[in-house]
Design a protein around this ligand. Structure first.
Ligand code: NAI
Length: 465
């Protein structure tokens, strides 16, 4: 029986996923560890380091009872029966595979730490998204350190939660995937993890398979999801040029049960830490396997996404009489999607950087992203804007109304509910803006005819005026 679980990495995945285990299994002690002291301090405080609907309740209910957050990685490893490795696997910035391959340094460091400090046998679970066959490297490191008293079994258990709905996804997942070596020891380790999840997930939703299929399934799922977004976004460009309406096209296609309606919403482009990284990872894997056509196929999903962001910003500049110099642009939403404070790879970053280069003044408001984060994102190497430019061109506002006051244009970047027509007073916003007052709906959340009645000029992704 599993009594003690440790999770290495207290991030967007490790934190919520293991907090839910603690919440659903009161007999299991769950310790989530991280090297980042500030992050652990935040997990132990009243203001958790990440925003997810429902997460506070779960953490506050079990913290100090069977849920603990600590920087004492070694002790948590020593005590655990099951160890989730949920560290970051970003795209490599330099060296072999730079810009494409996953950086596995954090995975390797965590694995070596387990091998070094463990004094009893462990089941080590890959929770991070990794290239196919990473478990082989982890096994080699662990086995080189095992002896007759200590053995390590390895499982792949990729996480499918989506930020913004993490808690509901974890409580009621479409499926939980567990991959193991197809050996008696592998199956025994797998059964331990099945027993944990079975506390709240129906057995038929727990899918088992071999390690490599499990690893690849996670990359494949993200690639297919992102491909759907790029497909509808590619169609949105045709809609704008022809007078077709992308919402109508998506509806018509989505009612075909083979296609289905979900994830067919055109937008300014996908963001988030995973889609781009995981596709590039798949592209790199394909190249390594000498499958250039396969690599080129998946690469186009990312290329189309970049094109969509550029296309949208070009439309803003074109519509504003081909110049945004000194114009105030209110940017509503900076997170990569609603209901999260996560800004990693957010389309808003690309948009801002482009608008700064065009000498616009950008007034940003996001309900969950603070000024410090926005500044950090806009001055990251590679974004193309420096501190002085950010100081000069960016104002960070406390409300949508403040951002829109005196603006020439309003741009919806994130689909937060509070920007919808029934939540914001667009009449009041119109009165406070320069005229003509423009709205660019990058998320298809507004009612363009109603806004036109107020007096706005409205430009919407996937629709021509
Ligand atoms: P994150 O960056 O929020 O968290 C990772 C944490 O691991 C960091 O706090 C870091 O300090 C810690 N860490 C790194 N090395 C460590 C070590 N040796 N010992 C202790 N702590 C260490 O990353 P996030 O978003 O939680 O992602 C983790 C993995 O899950 C990635 O592989 C990602 O691709 C995958 N994933 C992410 C999803 C998401 O929505 N963010 C969804 C599904 C999978």
């Amino acid at each position: 029986m599993v009594k003690n679980v440790c999770c290495i990495g207290a991030g967007y995945v490790g934190g919520p996923s293991c907090a839910v285990i603690a919440y659903m299994c009161h007999d299991i002690k769950v310790t989530i560890v991280d090297l980042n002291q500030a992050r652990i301090d935040a997990w132990n405080s009243d203001k958790l380091p990440i925003y997810e609907p429902g997460l506070d309740e779960i953490v506050f209910a079990r913290r100090g009872k069977n849920l603990f957050f600590s920087t004492n990685v070694d002790q948590a490893i020593i005590d655990a029966d099951l160890i989730f490795v949920s560290v970051n696997t970003p795209t490599k910035k330099t060296g072999m595979g730079a810009g494409m391959a996953a950086d596995l340094a954090y995975i390797e460091t965590a694995t070596r730490r387990i091998a070094q400090v463990a004094t009893t046998s462990k089941v080590v679970i890959e929770k991070s998204t990794v290239p196919c066959r990473t478990a082989q490297s982890m096994r080699t490191i662990l086995e080189a350190n095992s002896n007759k008293d200590i053995r390590f079994d390895i499982l792949s258990n990729p996480e499918f939660l989506a930020e913004g709905t993490a808690v509901t996804d974890l409580m009621k997942p479409d499926r939980v995937l567990i991959g193991c070596l197809q050996t008696p020891d592998g199956f025994a380790a797998q059964q331990k993890l099945i027993d944990v999840y079975s506390n709240w997930i129906p057995r038929e939703r727990i899918i088992t398979m071999n390690l490599w299929s499990s690893e690849l399934s996670k990359l494949a799922a993200n690639a297919l999801l992102a491909q759907r977004i790029s497909s509808i976004n590619a169609l949105s460009a045709i809609c704008e040029a022809t007078g077709a309406d992308v919402d109508e096209v998506a509806y018509a296609c989505g009612t075909d049960s083979r296609i289905g309606p979900k994830f067919l919403k055109a937008s300014v482009g996908f963001g988030g830490s995973c889609f781009q990284k995981d596709i590039l990872n798949l592209v790199y894997l394909s190249e390594q396997l000498h499958l250039p056509e396969v690599a080129a196929y998946w690469k186009m999903v990312v290329t189309m996404n970049e094109y969509q962001k550029m296309r949208f910003t070009h439309r803003i500049v074109r519509t504003l009489f081909n110049t945004v110099t000194h114009k105030r642009i209110a940017l509503l939403g900076f997170a990569f999607k609603k209901d999260t404070g996560d800004t990693r790879e957010s389309a808003a970053i690309t948009l801002c950087s482009y608008l700064i280069q065009e000498h616009a003044r950008v007034a940003i408001y996001d309900p969950k992203v603070d000024a410090k984060q926005i500044r950090m994102d806009l001055t990251e190497p590679g974004v193309g804007t420096n501190e002085a430019e950010v100081d000069k061109h960016i104002t960070i506002c406390k409300s949508a109304y403040e951002a829109c006051a005196g603006a020439d244009a309003l741009v919806i970047c994130t689909e937060w509910d509070e920007f919808k027509m029934d939540q914001l007073d667009y009449q009041k916003i119109f009165a406070s803006m320069q005229k003509p007052a423009f709205i660019f709906d990058g998320r298809l959340i507004l009612d363009a005819p109603k806004l036109r009645d107020i007096g706005f000029r409205v430009e919407t992704i996937g629709k021509s005026v």
